[in-house]
Design a protein. Structure first.
Lengths: 250, 284
């Protein structure tokens, strides 16, 4: 398997005091879905926020190395990096003052691509990829916050796709949604992995089992186990992993 | 079920009492406003006619005439004040909430709070010292600067508070799309907070439009037509002050009319802001 991201000896801190990630080593395979599981506070979100350098936005620091396609992440301009590594957040967060169309176009327009002939097809394609086009194609000019929660989240996915990233990070993307919307998002993840590498943080073990090819189990800031999802959920190597998956703690 | 006892009825009574008290307080708060409206309309409306807006003040002894120069003067003064005060205030507010380092921002915030409590006549003295003295004469510019200084703290603090209300998740969404921080702030955060900021700007402009004291020894006043920012300029408030204390009945009446026009001007400004900041989208 070919890896797109390679993480070596990653340590992450918040303001030097709390040591959130401890010596994490992981290779993320290209065009696969990697699920990150683990109990609250184990560093899952911090880990994916290191991958697009959003960790430093909230004052965090890291040591160790992260390489994206062989390039050192910490030497890449974060603004350029985030176009390659997109992110979908836990709570749908469409831009409240923008229309559906402009929400999807925001990443392009605000980065200088203003030509309508270029932008419009990308908006349409992104909304189709996010399985939202049929529901909104007649109301592209209404505000994004008029959509339902599930639709808003797919809008946020479309917005991320429009910038044409290679990697999409998802931080519990379905935890604020109802079961039907959740299954739509999961179907979407299944579709998207043909073209993108997806790293998804989830609290929901069934979800990890359903959508991912690989699973990483974090506990207390350490990567306890990383293997193919099927193996992880049938015969985990580590006792802690087994206890967590079978619901004995966490 | 247990019978409703003494405590039940006492709770109910206290509840109604509190509702009544807060209603009474709300009423007390709007009574002065109602009186102001009643007096200015009843005393000022009868002299309100087209010539008040189009004609110049008549010389002493003649009746009639208007305050065209003062209306334009007030507009120019709040134009200069707003032109300086609004951008400085908004940008300071952005700095405080988005970029400021903790210590320096705290100092700036504290200063802004003090500045908003400084009596306006003191601000007038400052503008007098800074501009009138070096220029050696009174000017619209000096008046405008005094008004700008008065506007800045209001605009700054409202901008800061409104930007702080924008959820962190909106900023992160912008940054995560690879949009640089300054653009995220300007095109996303500021746009989200825009309505609240506009309210702050409006408050600042309204306050400035109603100021008299700092204009007395900066813009001074002018009985003639002038739109030059380097010359003394007339304003409605200074006219109200002069005419209200004058011994001529006609002038006293015109002072009421000027007061009414000033109130209408601010009402118009509010309406304009409401229209500008109206949301483009229908919300459910």
């Amino acid at each position: 398997m070919e890896n797109i991201i390679s993480v070596k000896n990653l340590n992450a801190y918040y303001e030097k005091k709390s040591h959130v990630l401890k010596n994490v080593n992981i290779d993320i395979p290209r065009n696969k879905v990697l699920a990150i599981i683990g109990p609250s506070g184990c560093g899952k979100s911090t880990f994916i926020r290191c991958l697009n350098r959003m960790h430093e936005v909230v004052g965090g620091t890291i040591t160790g190395s992260i390489e994206l396609e062989g390039e050192d992440l910490m030497k890449t301009d974060p603004v350029l990096l985030r176009k390659k590594v997109g992110m979908v957040f836990q709570k749908p967060n469409p831009f409240p003052t923008m229309s559906i169309y402009n929400n999807v176009a925001a990443g392009l327009k605000l980065n200088g691509t203003r030509n309508k002939k270029t932008v419009a097809p990308i908006v349409e394609k992104s909304l189709k990829q996010a399985a939202l086009w049929d529901e909104v194609k007649d109301s592209l000019d209404i505000s994004g916050i008029n959509l339902s929660g599930g639709q808003q989240q797919r809008l946020c996915i479309a917005r991320t796709l429009a910038v044409d990233p290679n990697v999409i990070l998802m931080d519990e993307p379905a935890s604020a949604l109802d079961p039907i919307s959740t299954s739509k998002i999961e179907d979407l993840i299944f579709e998207l992995k043909n073209d993108y590498t997806i790293v998804i943080v989830t609290h929901n073990m069934q979800q990890a089992a359903r959508v991912s090819d690989y699973t990483a189990f974090f506990y207390m800031g350490e990567l306890v186990e990383f293997s193919e999802t099927r193996k992880m959920f049938t015969s985990p190597d580590n006792k802690k992993t087994e206890d967590y998956i079978s619901g004995r703690f966490g | 079920m247990k019978e409703k006892g003494f405590f039940y009825y006492r709770k109910k009574a206290v509840n109604y009492l509190m509702i009544f008290l807060s209603f009474a307080a709300a009423l007390a708060a709007i009574i002065p406003l109602a009186f102001i409206f009643y007096y200015t309309v009843s005393k000022g409306a009868q002299y309100l006619n087209l010539s008040f807006f189009t004609q110049m003040p008549k010389p002493v002894g003649e009746t009639g005439g208007g305050m065209a120069n003062a209306i334009v003067g007030t507009l120019i003064l709040i134009g200069i004040g707003g032109g300086i005060g609004v951008p400085v205030g908004i940008m300071t507010g952005i700095y405080l909430s988005e970029f400021g380092n903790k210590k320096f921002a705290a100092v700036v915030r504290f200063m802004a709070d003090i500045l908003s409590g400084v009596p306006s006549i003191v601000v007038g003295v400052v503008a007098y010292t800074l501009i009138v003295v070096p220029m050696k004469h009174f000017s619209a510019l000096a008046g405008g600067v005094a008004l700008a200084i008065l506007m800045i703290p209001t605009v700054t603090r409202t901008t800061e508070e409104m930007i702080k209300l924008v959820p962190q998740s909106i900023r992160e969404a912008g940054l995560a799309l690879g949009i640089p921080k300054w653009k995220t702030t300007l095109m996303i955060v500021l746009r989200t907070a825009w309505k609240g900021i506009a309210t702050g700007v409006l408050l600042g402009l309204s306050r400035a439009a109603g100021e008299t004291a700092p204009l007395l020894f900066t813009a001074l006043g002018n009985r003639f037509w002038s739109t030059s920012i380097g010359q003394p300029i007339a304003s409605l408030t200074v006219y109200i002050y002069d005419y209200a204390k004058s011994p001529f009945e006609d002038w006293n009446n015109q002072a009421w009319t000027a007061a009414l026009v000033l109130i209408l001007l601010i009402a118009l400004l509010s309406l304009l802001f409401k229209i500008i900041t109206r949301s483009k989208y229908k919300t459910n």
